[in-house]
Design a binder for this molecule. Structure first.
Ligand code: HPA
Length: 245
């Protein structure tokens, strides 16, 4: 497997990656978020792309998801492991926990969300009943189970909001009623674009905070970065185990 990792808030580089190349291909959809860093991790070739750019200058609604996924596909990767910081909605979650979500509800709007934009010969109505690739997710779960940690949660529903502001308490209550267990701003349209190109795609979520109204603490991006920084080592542990299997 030639995995790509898309880093979210707080994950802008993988220190252990033995870098062999940096590429920034042009795409029919414009510029990608940053260089794709190519290297070796746990003896496997790995491609890394920070979704928000290394300086975290690109907000969730301005990420060029079309270009990013297109470029990774052109690079010949065989699967995408997407890392996202999220807010926890389900009461069993704690900040610092890792969630491997199973489903998505999309609350975003106005994002370029498909390659079927009327310019292709035929509209590609992809099946998206299971937004995360089952086979790759199976490998991911096997890896997580080997890590034997109470801080990992398998399953759940990722609600994707528009951002960049955080949600109101009422919005989170509505999402909770809808069945969302975590909230983030970036899994969509990334996941469905990957599906349109038939790229296996899975998500690893780092619970950076409890969602608005679930906790009354004020959420700041600096607090999120601090939690995510610690969570990153757990994410790399998972990928390391996955690479070996
Ligand atoms: N809401 C949306 N996105 C997030 C949050 C949140 O509370 N925390 C980290 N990303």
């Amino acid at each position: 497997m030639k995995y790509a990792v898309i880093g979210g808030s707080g994950l802008y580089k993988i220190d252990e990656l033995l870098v062999t190349d940096r590429i920034r291909p042009t795409t029919p959809y414009g510029k990608i978020s940053d260089d794709i860093v190519v290297g070796t991790f746990a003896k496997h070739e790995l491609y890394f792309l920070p979704r928000h750019g290394v300086d975290h200058a690109i907000p969730p609604h301005k990420v060029n998801y079309q270009a990013n996924i297109w470029a990774l596909n052109e690079a010949g990767i065989s699967g995408i492991i997407a890392v996202n910081a999220v807010g926890g909605i389900a009461s069993n979650l704690k900040s610092g926990n890792i969630v491997i979500p199973e489903q998505i509800i999309d609350y975003t709007y106005g994002r370029e969300h498909t390659y079927s934009d009327g310019t292709t010969e035929q509209v590609n109505h992809v099946d998206f009943s299971h937004p995360f690739d089952r086979a790759l997710r199976h490998l991911l779960i096997e890896a997580v189970n080997k890590l034997d940690s109470s801080t990992y949660h398998i399953g759940g529903v990722y609600g994707c909001t528009q951002g960049p502001r955080f949600e109101t308490a009422a919005e989170i209550q509505r999402m909770k009623n809808d069945g969302c267990t975590v909230v983030g701003m970036t899994a969509m349209p990334e996941a469905s674009l990957a599906r349109e190109l038939s790229i296996p795609y899975v998500g690893i979520n780092i619970v950076a905070n409890m969602a608005p109204g679930i906790s009354d603490e004020i959420i700041t991006i600096d607090d999120i970065f601090q939690v995510v920084e610690k969570g990153n080592s757990k994410v790399l542990d998972i990928i390391r185990v996955m690479a070996k299997s």
